[in-house]
Structures are given as structure tokens and as C-alpha cells.
Design a binder for this molecule. Structure first.
Ligand code: UD1
Ligand code: UDP
Length: 359
């Protein structure tokens, strides 16, 4: 039977790559369906090139829209695809709208669903991703967890423990597999990078959708830039709002287009610290040992705080925390304190379970 992977948004590609390649090594029959949720070259195709992912078997071209419009279009396209392909199992990744749409369509067609990165919880329903996570896990026959606390979260929601497999973190598989390809020096030849800098990425609705919030964040980022250069690849979601609020009018704020995976992680690796609201970047900085300041009131990835370099910051304590980190007064985690099973073999563990299931 065919194992069908559903990917659509930037973080999905990074998580699917090691699972797809581990299944390929096992000779599994598989297909990759791209929903088209992300479609710009810099948000999508560059990841397939960087990660050596096979060209998707199909791109549904769904594109952007409100949550309802986008999720509905995703479901219509995926239903057609699943009926035509009759997958033995559908594999979904992370917490984006493509994830929940695929899980819901597959469940109603009685196709088994496997969720990679199950059981993460922020307990904050103002994040659309939290709703996607909870619903996807309820619909999943297999829940692949990246960290131990996920098991308790799933149990508390009535997910039977025999559905849950603690496998580690496929996003970290991708990071470790590419460690010698993250080359800040090579990046410097193409992008004008200051010697010492903070790398910033912001795209959460709570940070980038409201113009007043954006204006306050721009003021804070400009204060940071008075101390140290700030390099920010700008996610398309916040681009217009940040520009309208004058981000980049500061001579030490360097705005870039979204970077491809290898360039972005090189940027992170070379940074004095990272300011972010990304989920994946909290995990990557934990393994790279780069201080991570997460501009959010909570995180679904607390293990990056207990075992890593992450800390939560608010807009009002951001500057102070950056200052402290730059003075090196905070000790950073070492590679050997990284979370259990973040060892580069998660994709292999997922593939082993999937191969059993889809025989
Ligand atoms: C989505 C995910 C989020 C994830 C993020 C990763 C949901 C609900 N959200 O957020 O969890 O952290 O991806 O990056 O699934 N746009 C472009 N070009 C593109 C893609 C998007 O210009 O290739 C712009 C469009 O204006 C679009 C906006 O970005 O309306 C938002 O895109 P969307 O996919 O709805 O959500 P993200 O904010 O990217
Ligand atoms: N990333 C990238 N280029 C960028 C910003 C992020 O390649 O300009 C990578 C990042 O290293 C991680 C993934 O994209 O592997 C995370 O995606 P994002 O922050 O968009 O989503 P989230 O993890 O918040 O859902």
C-alpha cells in the first residue's frame, strides 16, 4: 500500500524530509502531496532543493485565504486526491492548516492517519495551531511524539497510549544531517552581514497582525539595533505591516527576504542570539546552543527551556534580556543536554512503525 505524506507549509518540509528518506531506504511505496499552502519559491521550492526532497507527486495549489476558506479548499483538494490514490496511511506533520485538513478528510474516508509531532500543547487557544494540534491528535491512529511531556498531554485527552510513540524530533534529524552545510562565511558572500548580530524572525498572528503591536515591536527592535545589528528575514505574513511601521529605517536593521533552509540556519548559527516566535527555531537553537528569546507568552515546546537555550520574553523585557545575553551572563546549554532522542534518528523510528502498519 502507499504511504502518502501531506506537506504544505515551510516547517512541514523540514520535518517530512527525514521520514521520506528513511522510508525510501526501506523501499516503501510512498507519495508526497504538496497542498500549496505556501507557494513562493522562498517559502517552498527552496526547501525541496536544499533538503533533496523528491518533487511532490502533486501540488494542489490551494494558496492563501481565511482559515475557513483555506481549510475548506484544502479539504476539497485532499479528498479528491485521497479517493484517487487510496492511500494505505496518510502522514501529517506539525500543526498547520494543511495538517488538520488532511487528518479530517482521511479520518472520514476511514484512511489511517499518522501525526508526526503529536501532543505538543501551548494551552493557548488564541493560537490557531493549538486547535489544529488537538483535533489532529484526536483523529490520528498513530501519534509520533518529539518529547516526553506529549505523552501525558495525549493521555489527558483520552488518546490511548498504544497509539503513541516517542520517536524524537525529525526537524532535528534534518538539522544534524546538514550541520556541515550551514556556512555563515558563504552566506556573507551573498548577503551583507555585520560581524556581530541578532537574528530575528516573527510571523505569529499575535505579533504581526495588529498594527499597534507591530509599531511597538518595531520600536523595541530599533532599541536593540542601537546596541547590536539586527538581521531579519521577513515572513510574508508580516512584511507589509513591518514596512508600514518603518522597520528598516534604522541603519543597523537589515531586512532580508525569507531565506532558504541552509542559509537561514547558517544565519542562526552565526548569531549572537535569536529573537523569534517560530516553533521550529526554538528547537534548532536548542541544539545549536544559540541563545533563543521567544517573544510569546507561552510555548508548546517547554523542553527547549528545560533542556535548551530558550526563554520566553515579553515586548517590555526584550531589550533587557538581549542586553544580558550579549554580556554573556547567561550560561548556555551544551549539545549533550539536548532533549532525549533528538539524536538524528527520529525519521528512522517513524519509518519503522509506518512500515509495520502499511504492510
Ligand atoms: C502558517 C501556519 C503557521 C506556521 C507558518 C510557518 C497555519 C494556520 N499557520 O502560517 O502555523 O508557523 O505557516 O511559516 O497553518 N504568503 C505569501 N506567500 C506564501 C505563503 C503565504 O505571501 O508562499 C502570505 C499570504 O499573504 C498569506 C499569509 O502569508 O495570506 C499567511 O499564510 P498562511 O499559510 O495562511 O499562514 P502563515 O502565517 O504562513
Ligand atoms: N526557516 C527558514 N527560513 C526563514 C525562516 C525559517 O528556512 O527565513 C526555517 C527554520 O529554520 C525552521 C522552519 O523554517 O526549520 C520553521 O518554520 P517557521 O518558523 O516558518 O514555522 P514554525 O516552526 O513557527 O511553525
Amino acid at each position: 500500500t502507499t504511504i502518502v505524506h501531506i506537506v504544505g507549509a515551510r516547517p512541514n518540509f523540514v520535518k517530512a524530509a527525514p521520514v521520506v528518506s528513511a522510508l525510501r531506504r526501506r523501499g516503501a511505496h510512498q507519495a508526497v502531496v504538496h497542498t500549496g499552502q505556501h507557494y513562493d519559491d522562498r517559502m517552498s521550492a527552496v526547501f525541496f532543493r536544499d533538503l533533496g526532497l523528491p518533487t511532490p507527486d502533486v501540488d494542489l495549489g490551494v494558496g492563501s485565504g481565511s482559515h475557513a476558506a483555506q481549510t475548506a479548499a484544502l479539504m476539497v483538494g485532499l479528498e479528491r486526491e485521497f479517493v484517487a490514490r487510496a492511500p494505505g496511511i496518510v502522514v501529517v506533520y506539525g500543526d498547520v492548516n494543511s495538517t488538520i485538513a488532511a487528518a479530517l478528510v482521511a479520518a472520514k474516508l476511514r484512511i489511517p492517519v499518522a501525526h508526526v509531532e503529536a501532543g505538543l500543547r501551548s494551552f493557548d487557544d488564541t493560537m490557531p495551531e493549538e486547535i489544529n494540534r488537538r483535533v489532529t491528535d484526536q483523529l490520528s491512529d498513530l501519534c509520533f511524539a518529539t518529547s516526553p511531556e506529549a505523552i501525558g498531554h495525549l493521555a489527558a485527552e483520552g488518546v490511548s497510549p498504544d497509539r503513541v510513540h516517542l520517536v524524537g524530533n525529525p526537524m532535528i534529524d534534518t538539522l544534524l544531517a546538514n550541520l556541515d552545510r550551514f556556512d555563515v562565511a558563504a552566506l556573507r558572500e551573498r548577503v551583507d552581514l555585520p560581524e556581530r548580530y541578532i537574528a530575528a524572525t516573527l510571523h505569529r498572528p499575535a505579533n504581526v497582525d495588529d498594527p499597534d503591536t507591530v509599531a511597538r515591536l518595531v520600536a523595541r527592535l530599533h532599541e536593540i539595533a542601537d546596541l547590536v545589528d539586527v538581521v531579519m528575514p521577513v515572513h510574508p505574513r508580516g512584511k507589509a505591516a513591518f514596512e508600514r511601521a518603518g522597520l528598516g529605517d534604522h541603519p543597523r536593521v537589515h531586512l532580508l527576504e525569507p531565506l532558504g533552509y541552509l542559509d537561514f540556519v547558517a544565519l542562526v548559527r552565526g548569531a549572537a542570539a535569536v529573537v523569534t516566535d517560530s516553533g521550529g527555531v526554538q528547537e534548532e537553537t536548542t541544539v545549536l546552543g544559540v541563545p533563543c528569546l521567544t517573544l510569546r507568552p507561552n510555548t508548546e515546546r517547554p523542553i527547549t527551556i528545560t533542556h535548551g537555550t530558550n526563554r520566553l520574553v515579553t515586548e517590555s523585557d526584550l531589550l533587557q534580556t538581549v542586553t544580558k545575553v550579549l554580556q554573556g551572563r547567561e550560561s548556555e546549554a551544551l549539545l549533550d543536554t539536548t532533549p532525549p532522542l533528538w539524536d538524528g534518528r527520529a525519521g528512522e523510528r517513524v519509518a519503522a512503525v509506518l512500515s509495520q502498519w502499511s504492510r
